[in-house]
Design a protein around this ligand. Structure first.
Ligand SMILES: NC(=O)c1ccc[n+]([C@@H]2O[C@H](COP(=O)([O-])OP(=O)(O)OC[C@H]3O[C@@H](n4cnc5c(N)ncnc54)[C@H](OP(=O)(O)O)[C@@H]3O)[C@@H](O)[C@H]2O)c1
Length: 396
């Protein structure tokens, strides 16, 4: 069994006695991880737009031109590519000591960077802690090492609200942004465990003098204006596709919240550019939750004939379809995901973020509504790329 407390001990050689980077408020150089991922592409774009800094992007690849090409292809996919010298790829790997850079290169980078956005992670709900640790925990330790050398660089760490999803927190409790997630053996699932350990390392670094903010988004999904999303293996996208394919959805009494990636990114960049030294946590979720049934009512109103059936009936149908299509990754993923029904149905605590939401609204950063605004846009995108059939085709 993993001892999460031992995992969260930060190397005593990582200290933050170096003076604070003098340009931290108006950075000349930002270090960003995970720019080839969903949220990272938008963070890179928003950081380019909202600062004048060069953005050093840690990216995997065999050489600089491959790294740059990966960034360009990825941002072009989201129509975000800006042809600018301000995007500077750094070929490296979060799972390796010093990101696999030479010590001289690592130190040179540490002397140049004014602020760090650590967003890169291995995001997987089915991999165990031992696999995820290499990137999510060890990578965070290397980020803290980078932040500590030459000058103390504030860190903006992208975590997840899932760090609070365990049996300690009941469904009636309201979790505040000032609350600290508990590190207990009740935390199940490698992803949650690895992100929680990473948060604890950031918090320990804070105690040692590092200015750091923690951002905890809920499930992030495609761009709210185009619906574009690269990775459709997300559990909600998979469930919607599956229910449309089999023409049935299960009766569930759960709320659904989704956060469009463009909103999440704008929120993080806005909150991170405040003039106060970072030392807070922010909960990022869509304030307008909807019920599971409302989601499917909306999908039905867009022309899909989907019948509501009991969960057991639906699961039997899913297993039947999976047996007819043994190579279909969608069914295999969902069966694996639903092996722990809690993944879908666990009672979740309520989260408070009213101050953050008010602050964002004052800056005109407003989360679109799920039912009236987001679902039609996402379904249209799913249809456009052939991820789901059109209404009245196939089953409908
Ligand atoms: N998606 C969500 O619903 C959600 C919700 C809450 C919080 N978050 C958090 O938000 C952050 C971004 O999530 P996302 O959905 O945008 O993730 P994503 O699309 O899976 O992107 C992950 C990024 O991390 C990079 N990465 C992974 N392993 C790496 C390694 N060994 N070395 C260097 N880079 C590596 C990936 O690079 P490659 O392209 O090379 O793989 C990619 O750029 C994560 O910290 C995640 O925990 C996500």
């Amino acid at each position: 069994m993993i001892d999460l407390i031992t995992e969260s001990i930060l190397d005593s050689t990582i200290q933050f006695q170096a003076p604070l980077a003098k340009n931290w408020k108006n950075p000349n150089a930002i270090f960003l991880t995970g720019a080839t991922g969903l949220l990272g592409a938008f963070l890179l774009n928003d950081l380019l737009n909202k600062t004048t800094a060069d953005i050093y992007c840690l990216v995997r690849g065999n050489n600089l031109s491959e790294g740059k090409q990966r960034l360009q292809n990825h941002l072009e996919f989201y129509s975000l590519w800006q042809n600018t010298k301000r995007i500077i790829p750094i070929i490296g790997d979060l799972s390796k000591p010093l990101f696999d850079l030479s010590e001289a290169k690592f130190n040179e980078l540490a002397a140049k960077i004014d602020v760090i956005y650590h967003n890169g992670a291995m995001v997987s709900f089915i991999r165990p802690y031992s696999v995820l640790k290499t990137v999510n925990v060890s990578g965070t330790i290397e980020i803290l090492r980078l932040a500590s050398i030459s000058q103390t660089k504030p860190v903006h760490f992208i975590s997840t609200l899932a760090v609070f999803l365990n049996r300690i927190y009941g469904s009636t409790e309201k979790i505040l942004e000032t609350d600290t997630p508990e590190l207990t053996s009740n935390v199940k699932g490698g992803y949650k465990q690895s992100k929680l350990v990473a948060e604890k390392l950031i918090m320990e670094a804070r105690k040692r003098g590092l200015p750091a903010n923690i951002y905890r988004p809920v499930r992030i999904i495609g761009d709210s204006t185009t619906g574009t999303i690269g990775n459709l293996s997300d559990s909600l996208c998979s469930l919607i596709k599956c229910c449309i394919q089999i023409g049935k959805f299960p009766t569930l009494n759960i709320p659904i919240t989704i956060l469009p990636v463009d909103y999440a990114s704008k929120a993080i960049v806005h909150l991170s550019l405040q003039s106060k030294l970072p030392n807070k946590a922010f909960h990022l979720f869509n304030p307008n939750l909807i019920l599971w049934r409302t989601l499917f009512d909306k999908i039905r109103s867009l022309g899909y004939l989907i019948e509501e059936v009991s969960y057991d009936n639906w699961l039997t149908e899913l297993k039947n379809e999976a047996s007819k299509h043994p190579n279909d990754k969608l069914y295999q993923f969902l069966l694996l995901f639903l092996r722990s029904p809690n993944n879908l149905m666990a009672n979740k605590p309520l989260f408070d973020a009213h101050q953050t939401i008010n602050e964002l609204e004052t800056a005109n950063i407003i989360c679109p509504r799920i039912d009236t605004e987001l679902i039609p846009i996402y379904l249209k995108y799913f249809q456009k790329i052939g991820y789901i059939s059109l209404p009245n085709a196939g089953h409908n």
